[in-house]
Design a protein. Structure first.
Length: 117
């Protein structure tokens, strides 16, 4: 499957206030009709955003996945069948056939913004 990395941001959409997201966890937001999973790695000051729909069986569950890292690579495991994705580029680390769409994230004035192409 092709890697979907957004390179051109057309619009930064305000998702929510920083404090609305759990520390070292994820939450889903609705942006332009699409559920997007936003992850806050509080300890490292890193944020990520991906599609919330798992490409395996279509469950809206990525934001509720177990997060972690291996060798500095932040990742999330879907709670349904544990397919694990890199949060850097959305690649499935356990099955090459799956890919998450990723979005850039920025923090400004206490709010989280997601970049939409
Ligand atoms: S629905 Fe996510 S791993 Fe199966």
């Amino acid at each position: 499957m092709e890697t979907q990395v957004i390179t051109t941001v057309k619009e930064w959409v305000k998702a929510a206030a920083v404090e609305d997201f759990p520390q070292n966890g994820g939450a889903a937001v609705l942006i332009n009709g699409e559920q997007i999973a936003v992850f806050n790695f509080t300890n490292e000051g890193r944020w990520y955003a991906t599609q919330n729909r798992c490409p395996h069986k279509g469950e809206m569950a990525i934001s509720r996945g177990l997060t972690g890292d291996s060798d500095g690579l932040h990742k999330v495991a879907c709670p349904f069948h544990k397919k694990t994705f890199s949060l850097e580029d959305g690649k499935c680390l356990t099955d090459e056939g799956y890919q998450l769409k990723t979005y850039p994230v920025k923090i400004e004035d206490g709010f989280v913004y997601v970049g939409i192409e």
